[in-house]
Write a protein that binds this ligand. Structure first.
Ligand code: PEP
Length: 252
């Protein structure tokens, strides 16, 4: 259940999925989203190849689009990379940083995630900073220790409800169909809220904390009803307009 100051945010991460043909699915999503904006904020982070066309389509709407990752610098000799400034330039309002797939596939450390979050802030967009324990850490009951350390080292000083969203994503729940119990989600989100409040005061009490990991229409209402769950970061189910909209409706 989101805190009383902010609307929940339902964010979709399309990862490395989507070709030009997917624009029609996004159009469908947009047309279905119209009635929901007074209750929920909606965001899709498509692959960068589709970002500009999605940004054009959402231009006069409340639907946001964002990037999935960015470089720590604004520009320079970094072949193949994209900066937060470039993403903002074509209409991104948010950028995900520190997704577990980036941490694993590209060896991104907390300090790199910290630098990326700062780069996102500098571009004037919102950083969605991802944290979450691996399967092995979960089994060893290290979840809270791991998440607290990731927050401490990945979230820069100066985080506010305007520039930052936290996404708690247990790595073992991503794309597996497995989810933690609602008690587990409640406990981890309570610890994240405490951490954010201790470090960022009043702002820490309203920074949105999303849950991510196998959220789908059938479990969205239960997960979104948990204390301090201010929305969801959705992977697979965000690729289908009707699933994503059903999740958004569960939040509204
Ligand atoms: C994700 O990768 O951010 C994610 C939550 O994926 P899925 O919803 O497919 O588990």
């Amino acid at each position: 259940m989101p805190n009383s100051y902010t609307k929940p945010l339902i964010a979709g991460n399309w990862k490395m999925n989507g070709l030009n043909a997917s624009v029609s699915e996004f159009r469908l999503m947009l047309s279905e989203a119209n009635k929901l904006f007074n209750k929920v904020d909606l965001l899709i982070c498509p692959p960068v190849t589709l970002l500009q066309s999605f940004a054009q389509l959402t231009k006069d709407t409340d639907f946001s689009v964002g990037g999935q990752d960015c470089h720590i610098n604004n520009s320079g000799a970094h072949t193949g990379d994209i900066s937060a400034e470039m993403l903002a330039d074509i209409g991104a309002k948010y950028c995900i940083v520190g997704h577990s797939e980036r941490r694993a596939d590209h060896h991104e450390t907390n300090s790199i995630v910290h630098a990326k979050a700062s780069a996102v802030w500098k571009s004037g967009t919102v950083a969605i900073i991802c944290v979450g324990e691996t399967d092995e850490e979960y089994i060893k009951r290290e979840t809270l220790k791991v998440v607290e350390n990731q927050l401490l080292e990945s979230v820069p000083l100066g985080a506010t409800s305007f520039n930052t969203v936290i996404a708690y994503e247990p790595v073992w729940a991503i794309g597996t169909g497995k989810t933690p119990t609602t008690d587990d989600v409640k406990n981890v989100h309570a610890v994240i809220r405490k951490h954010m409040t201790e470090r960022f005061g009043e702002e820490g009490t309203i920074i949105r904390i999303l849950y991510g990991g196998s959220v789908k229409p059938s479990n969205a209402q239960e997960i979104l009803g948990v204390a301090n769950v201010d929305g969801a970061l959705v992977g697979g189910a965000s690729l289908k307009a009707f699933d994503f909209i059903a999740i958004a409706k569960a939040a509204s």
